[in-house]
Ligand binder design. Structure first.
Ligand code: GLY
Length: 349
């Protein structure tokens, strides 16, 4: 059953259409040219489905290499070069067609090409359907860390078609579930309880509900706090530790969602040590991650080095460390400068 969820920020309101690509052609027809940014894998599998929906005669395709390790400024330059070669103007459109890496980079390129042109997102991975494509965070990684370069730039629309998930590798599907668990832990206890009782691999109906619920929660949060001055920071639960785990694995050892899963468990350790999360609830969260084979343990080999890397997190301010931790299941708190010995204890568990 198609569903439409709206995000309203200061500058614009847009729809996240869940269920099919209905409306994509009508919206795209208002643009002079369209550049579809995708990767070779998604292009080979699904580009015909997109092309068959679009009437425009001015469609160009730009493929960039697949993987978090290519989410960098060189790839942005490549997308921009394609935009210049095909003479996109300010009435042109970029369509991001792929996973989180594609949506983050396409959105970033759209935000800086000729000072900003419109973009639409068609996410093909579970992670990008429930998180990355929604809410307008765009950007790339560099040697200092993940997503440290980027913009807040909202798409004109998002089209989520769960049929694309049929070809998603199992490991990537599982990694996307960690973002669903993340949002449930921080914002919706009933949703978490429900997740414990279903299996998103076996039931398309339950999967569709989980996507809708995650997107609705995120849309509400982004509408209240687009630029992450308050509540949106809760969406970074697991990410402060997770981003460093990803970086230390050269963005290739673990998928983003897997690193977030391990990061959530480190954040839970801290919450337990601070008396904000009961041990049994921390175990419930780990068990839900384990149900989908998301790794929950990560041995930090150099605690001092890991600690110093925490200061590069975008939430850290004036050299103060900030962490999102669960305040029981269904609520979260942002804490500043927890006692160093507790932090080390949480990291070493
Ligand atoms: N992925 C976290 C956020 O969009 O804020």
């Amino acid at each position: 059953m198609p569903e439409v969820i709206q995000i309203s920020t200061n500058n614009q309101t847009y729809n996240i259409n869940i269920g099919n690509l209905y409306g994509l052609n009508a919206l795209s027809n208002s643009y002079s040219k369209i550049l579809i940014v995708t990767n070779p894998h998604i292009c080979a599998l699904h580009i015909n489905k997109i092309l068959s929906c679009l009437d425009s005669k001015n469609i160009f395709i730009c493929t960039i290499k697949d993987g978090e390790q290519y989410k960098n400024l060189s790839s942005i330059e490549y997308i921009l070069e394609n935009a210049f070669i095909h003479k996109l103007d300010r009435k042109s459109l970029i369509i991001a067609f792929g996973g989180g890496v594609i949506s983050d980079m396409s959105g970033f390129a759209a935000s800086i090409y000729q000072r900003g042109i419109d973009f639409i997102s068609i996410p093909t991975t579970l992670l990008s359907q429930v998180d990355a494509s929604v809410g307008g965070k765009t950007g790339v990684n560099n040697s200092f860390g993940k997503n440290l370069i980027g913009t807040f730039y909202q798409p004109k629309a998002v089209y989520i078609d769960t049929d694309f998930l049929d070809t998603l590798p199992k490991r990537e599907f599982s990694a996307g579930i960690s973002e669903i668990i993340k949002i449930a832990v921080c914002f919706d206890r009933d949703f978490f309880d429900w997740l414990e009782n279903v299996n998103l691999v076996d039931s398309k109906k339950d999967l569709q509900y989980a996507i809708c619920r995650s997107v609705a929660l995120k849309a509400d949060i982004v509408s209240k706090d687009e630029k992450e001055n308050s509540i949106r920071a809760g969406l970074n639960y697991g990410h402060t530790f997770g981003h460093i785990i990803e970086l230390l694995g050269n963005y290739s050892l673990y998928l983003h969602g897997e690193s977030v899963g391990m990061g959530m468990c480190k954040a839970n350790n801290l919450a337990v040590l601070l008396g904000m999360l009961e041990c049994k609830d921390s175990i419930r969260i780990s068990n839900l991650l384990k149900k989908y084979h998301i790794p929950t343990e990560y041995k930090i080999s150099d605690l001092d080095d890991f600690y110093h890397r925490l200061f590069l997190d975008k939430k850290s301010q004036n050299s103060n460390l900030r962490f999102v931790i669960p305040n029981g299941i269904g609520d979260m708190k942002i804490i500043t400068n927890p006692p160093k010995e507790l932090l080390f204890e949480a990291m070493s568990r």
